[in-house]
Design a binder for this molecule. Structure first.
Ligand code: G6P
Length: 490
């Protein structure tokens, strides 16, 4: 007779990331408004629901000066399974705006800063580095206050590269994983980073280190061999006989969240409205955080070139560009906003008529149901990042295109090019003529070819989900530790 298998308690998973899935703002009456945070990290981790009892640890996105405010926010976040790390204003400025977003972020995306900014970063290095360490220590303290033996602690991204070593210093037995959501650059680029060794050592303390693609993992291993003089092995990095496993774990989304939303009345109503509004025109879509890595100015120039070379399309095609404000305290991001506005204005002035403009540009995020409707009704998506760890907008677009079978134009410098490359039109975003030609190809592609390409991509997006990604990472982390224990028994 078949025995019912015992129900095991779900494994406790602590997700530690700078950004919580919700960001807080304080209403005038002192109560808290919690909104979904933007970005690939959050959109992937939201898709991880089953198999784990998950707790999030992270920064709520603002400075809370008073004890009463911190207490009430803590309570509001607890209902969402979140534990806040309260950073003071100076730390946010030096750690988040400074070291994370003005030093590590551009470097990891191969973006050269203007000389002046680079010099300023060099001058502030000591204080920014001190803040980076302080913030990582604060995250470690919060993890330790929540930790129970057997928990898996999964640290995320470039903000928390010292955290694995801080945690392991306290608990050598703790299961610690670290995953990078950005590219890891070639070691030729990485080695220009002052304090490059400390950062590598911080990460190497983890039991398992993950990247989106095999290339990023390889770059990391070569940085360890070239800078720290360690041995690279097929499995990872070896240091005095012990191996830290380094591997690729391509991330995904929760496709059901999108396909199910498309069945709801609210999204269907939006779809009908948008179709009526854009009737008679093809619609192309860009959805990006307003970030230099996303290549928004280059995308606009490519669209301008397309209209210039194909005047028949003027008035017959519209580009909807959603640019979600991001890191607005960092000067580079402010400059980018003005630049984008200037280019949009010029193109609309040049090709607009009294009743239409070719670019519909929004400086804000959309509600989820609006976004799904927009994904569903557009004929072409333009993802032209100059560099991007993965880019999940491309996945979300594919998930919403079962009916229309729209075309994805995708940068070869996004991690997603390695998974959706066969179904998308791949472009070099720096080559404006190449992108302009791809726009024409996409707009005129036969239905049969669109269906074929979409089928390939949809299959990928539904199999390689966020849940599958998390399951694989955590089960490898568990295995890595079992292997380590077996080695010590030998
Ligand atoms: C990228 C990073 C994430 C980050 C997101 C949004 O996807 O990999 O760690 O959360 O951008 O940026 P923000 O600075 O607002 O958290």
């Amino acid at each position: 007779e078949k025995q019912a298998s015992p129900v095991l308690p779900a494994q406790r998973l602590m997700v530690v990331a700078n950004r919580l899935p919700v960001s807080a703002t304080r209403r005038p009456d002192g109560s808290w408004q919690l909104d979904l945070s933007a970005g690939g990290l959050v959109s992937a981790l939201l898709g991880v629901k089953q198999n784990f009892e998950t707790r999030w640890i992270g920064w709520p996105g603002l400075y809370v000066p008073d004890e009463a405010g911190r207490k009430s926010l803590q309570k509001a976040l607890a209902d969402k399974g979140c534990v806040p790390v309260f950073l003071d204003e100076n730390t946010v400025d030096q750690y988040y705006n400074g070291y994370c977003n003005n030093v590590l972020w551009p470097l990891f995306h191969y973006i050269g800063l203007p000389t002046e900014d680079r010099l300023a970063a060099t001058r502030s290095l000591q204080s920014q580095w001190a803040a980076y360490k302080r913030a990582n220590e604060q995250f470690a303290d919060t993890v330790l206050s929540q930790y129970q033996e057997g928990d898996v602690v999964w640290c995320h991204d470039y903000h928390l590269m010292l955290l694995p070593s801080y945690l392991k210093n306290h608990h050598t037995q703790m299961k610690v994983g670290w995953f990078l959501h950005t590219p890891f650059p070639s070691s030729e680029i990485y080695r220009t980073l002052p304090l490059r060794s400390e950062i590598l050592r911080g990460v190497l303390a983890a039991d398992l280190i993950g990247f989106h693609t095999y290339d990023y993992a390889r770059h990391f291993v070569s940085a360890c061999t070239r800078i720290l003089g360690l041995e690279g092995t097929p499995d990872g990095v070896e240091d005095s006989g012990s191996v830290t496993r380094v591997a690729a774990f391509p991330i995904g989304i929760d496709p059901d969240r999108f396909t199910q939303a498309l069945e709801t009345d609210v999204v269907k109503t939006h779809i009908a409205e948008l179709k009526a509004r854009f009737a008679g025109r093809k619609v192309m879509l860009g959805v990006d955080r307003l970030d230099m890595i996303k290549g928004i100015p280059q995308k606009l120039l490519a669209f301008e070139k397309f209209l210039e070379e194909n005047p028949d399309w003027i008035n017959k095609v519209l580009l909807v560009q959603i640019a979600v404000p991001s890191r607005t305290d960092v000067p580079e991001y402010q400059k980018l906003t003005s630049l984008v506005h200037e280019i949009v204005g010029r193109i609309n002035g040049r090709f607009g008529t009294l009743t239409t403009v070719p670019i519909h540009h929004l400086d804000r995020s959309l509600a989820f149901h609006e976004l799904c409707a927009l994904y569903a009704i557009t004929d072409v998506a333009l993802v032209t990042s100059l560099r991007d760890g993965m880019n999940l907008v491309s996945y979300e677009y594919v998930a919403c295109q079962n009916e229309r079978k729209g075309v994805l134009i995708l940068s070869e410098f996004a991690g997603a090019a390695q998974s959706l490359g066969a179904g998308a039109i791949l472009v070099n975003p720096w080559n404006v003529s190449d992108v302009a030609a791809s726009i024409e190809d996409a707009l005129t592609m036969s239905e049969a070819e669109r269906a074929e390409r979409h089928k390939h991509n949809f299959q990928h997006v539904t199999v390689h989900t966020a849940q599958a990604w998390a399951d694989t990472f955590v089960s490898e982390l568990n295995d890595t530790l079992v292997e380590a224990e077996l080695r010590t028994l030998k």
